[in-house]
Design a protein around this ligand. Structure first.
Ligand code: ADP
Length: 167
């Protein structure tokens, strides 16, 4: 029976796509690159509860530059008023909303192409445009059509929900 459930889960991973499980941009907790890591801002970031926080251009929430891991902040002292821009950022992959979950699972698990990834991907109508900008150290441009994010958790949750529902 377990094998049947696992096979069903694998099939759903092929039919379900990123669009079915992603988190829309308006719900994403992100921070601007010009932020100072003051005690107050550190508390706000920790209070969000997220492990991975996208970093966006000063003026535009959809112009994502990279992803900060909150564990990077453990060594930061709020009294130093260190600029967030001094932290090394992870460069995520941009993927199409139509990417099957099985492909997305592989991408996120493997850390992505060119050593990118880190368990979060950006969902873009034009992933090629987003990936090109990010690899040049630039923000995701408006023309990439960024609509949200997806993490490994979203994929595994979708898989488990289906299995529970089927029982
Ligand atoms: P965490 O490790 O931070 O708890 P997960 O990767 O387990 O995050 O994802 C849990 C849910 O939260 C998923 O639906 C994911 O899309 C969403 N999520 C992850 N990071 C963020 C963020 N910075 N802002 C908003 N939602 C997020």
């Amino acid at each position: 029976l377990d094998e049947v459930l696992m096979a069903e889960g694998a099939l759903q991973m092929k039919t379900k796509v990123a669009y079915d499980v992603f988190t829309p941009l308006r719900k994403v907790f992100s921070v601007p690159i010009d932020m100072v890591l003051s005690e107050r801002n550190l508390v706000n970031i920790y209070a969000s509860g997220y492990t991975r926080v996208p970093v966006h251009a000063a003026d535009n929430k959809s112009a994502i530059l990279g992803v900060m891991l909150t564990k990077q902040l453990i060594v930061v002292d709020g009294k130093d008023k260190r600029p967030l821009s001094t932290l090394p950022l992870r460069i995520p992959n941009c993927v199409s909303p139509t990417m099957p979950l099985v492909n997305l699972l592989n991408l996120l698990q493997m850390g992505g192409e060119k050593g990118r990834g880190g368990h979060m991907a950006l969902i873009c109508a034009r992933p090629d445009v987003g990936n090109r900008a990010l690899s040049l150290g630039q923000a995701v441009p408006e023309t990439a059509g960024l609509i949200g994010i997806v993490t490994l958790e979203d994929i595994l949750e979708a898989l488990l929900q289906e299995q529970i529902y089927d029982e």
